[in-house]
Design a protein around this ligand. Structure first.
Ligand code: AMP
Length: 274
């Protein structure tokens, strides 16, 4: 595995490639969720690039940029074992100039839910993903459904800018008790680990209701809120279609139910695709 820390280093390492390129962008502190994307990409491509870059432009003032978990040594081992060809770990200076052209998230889809709670987050995310997709030259790029709105916006960016890359959505990986894996789960302390299970439990409740043919969005949200009482603060429960428009009734095959809540230090998100 080549570890490239500069743009030139990445380009030089890529010159040896002759076939399809799979790409998995991450912010590191890798867990099984990331690994599932990496393995998915490994199976489907001749060459595999993973990036680790904690992107400053997607963090808002007061968020955890400085304390975001960093585990470079362990991440390098994981990537080696997963047979990654190039691990791209650029510096901030390599990725950004001071006065940059900016990409903006779309006005509606980019500013509801996560975009409303974290204004500017998606602009920064799209900016770095555009750079990384261009640099990787990927044929296929892999993103988790865990970040459902992010996935939708990246898919839209690729379409709107006629980018020649296939975006591959990947299933959410959870621990044995249902908690969606996240690098930020390391912030959970004491009983917060237990209480954090209420996010996935609320989605399980929604599944049971839909299976019992209860499709009314308000009724489902009310029942979910009851399950979410173990969280310190619920930011939103949303039932939307694949375009992120609010639904009055669940449409089977076209619905995402999303939840965001604070449990102790971390703000956690989870969702369910129906
Ligand atoms: P991050 O390092 O948090 O920016 O995540 C990098 C990629 O891994 C994104 O496409 C995430 O959606 C994906 N990812 C993170 N956690 C999970 C998970 N539990 N299951 C599946 N994909 C995930």
């Amino acid at each position: 595995m080549v570890i490239a820390r500069t743009i030139e280093g990445l380009q030089e390492a890529k010159q040896k490639f002759s076939g399809s390129i799979g790409f998995v962008p991450t912010m590191g502190a890798l867990h099984q969720g990331h690994l599932s994307l990496i393995q998915h990409a490994r199976r489907e491509n001749e060459h595999l690039i993973v990036s680790i870059f904690v992107n400053p432009t997607q963090f808002l003032e007061g968020e955890d940029l400085d304390s975001y978990p960093r585990k470079d040594e362990a991440d390098i081992k994981i990537c080696e074992l997963a047979k990654v060809d190039i691990l791209f770990m650029p510096s901030i200076d390599a990725m950004y100039e001071t006065d940059e052209l900016r990409i903006g998230a779309p006005a509606i889809r980019g500013y509801v839910l996560e975009g409303e709670k974290r204004p500017g987050h998606f602009d920064g995310m799209l900016q770095v993903v555009m750079k990384l997709l261009n640099l990787s030259g990927a044929d296929n790029a892999y993103f988790g459904k865990k970040d459902a709105q992010q996935l939708a916006l990246i898919t839209q960016m690729v379409k709107n800018y006629f980018m020649d890359v296939n975006i591959v959505p990947c299933e959410i990986v959870r621990d044995e008790r249902g908690l969606a894996l996240s690098s930020r789960n390391v912030y959970l302390e004491g009983d917060e680990k237990e209480r954090a299970l209420c996010l996935s439990a609320s989605l399980k409740k929604a599944t049971q209701m839909v299976l019992a043919k209860e499709l009314d969005a308000e009724t489902i949200k009310k029942a979910m809120l009851e399950v979410l009482k173990d969280a310190d603060q619920v930011e939103y429960i949303a039932i939307v279609n694949r375009e992120f428009k609010a639904l009055k009734k669940v449409e089977i095959g076209n619905t995402i139910i999303l939840v965001a809540a604070w449990v102790g230090k971390p703000r956690l998100i989870d969702n369910l695709w129906i």
